[in-house]
Design a protein around this ligand. Sequence first.
Ligand code: CP
Length: 301
Amino acid sequence: METRHFLKVEDMSRDEIVALIADARANRGERSVALHGKCLGMIFSKPSTRTRASFTAGAYQLGGDVMFVSEGEMQLGRGETVEDTARVLSSYLDGVVIRTYLQENLERFAAAASIPVINGLTDDHHPCQALADLMTISEYHDDLAGVKVVYLGDGNNVAVSLMDICAVVGAHVVICTPEELALPQWATDNAARLAAASGARVEVTTDPEAAASGADFLYTDVWFSMGQAEQPAKRARLEPYRIDEELLALTDPDCRVMHCLPAHRDEEISAEVMDGPRSIVFRQAENRLHAQKELLKRLMG
Ligand code: CP
């Protein structure tokens, strides 16, 4: 049987994503032996709270085991190739989650591996976050094809995967960033291709007020991703993109606010909104666990 990987959202079809989310909702809190006798490796070259803890807890709740190692502690850091590492680890483990910088390195690892490889975040994509995001959206809005999701702020990997998953399932997604922080052309071209197949509406804009109008969900992420230096000019440029009460007032009363976390209160999101009644960020964080357990069952079970 062919080894399946999850390196970006489109590695799963619309039907597979919708079924995974339905199962994640139905099986919330599941304890089982679906991964009994199996070991999930996790290779991280960047810090993590949610991804590391939710995969660890999820594997244990399914009766599996986990081996965590930071990339710097491996021979990868001393020049062993990605391919050699992938071949060796494939003979010990039953699946691996990788958090690294270059998507290309993740794809090289997957090409050489004979076990499922899961993207735990790269510079270009964060597909596991997108699964939890869509699961959370589905809990508040039945009709995924009728939902309007607006991402505001820095055009980054979280925005790419959110855009992709909305495009795959046929939602209306708006990516709203300053012009110089817009998503790269390859990302918007790819989302347009996915949208053409699903009937989704993908929009890119620089106007936060127009974007927020009619939104069912406003979504943001930190303005400085891991490893990025603080830049005062970038911070000033992003000020109009903060989700605060003023922006939220332009939406319908049932519009919800999402954030993949970690959050910087009063930077990309005001403390009032982050901790207010329309924030669903902690539900969204919890859903990382439920969505990823279904992913592990599908790839490793
Ligand atoms: N959202 C997210 O991926 O969180 P961590 O960086 O803590 O894993």
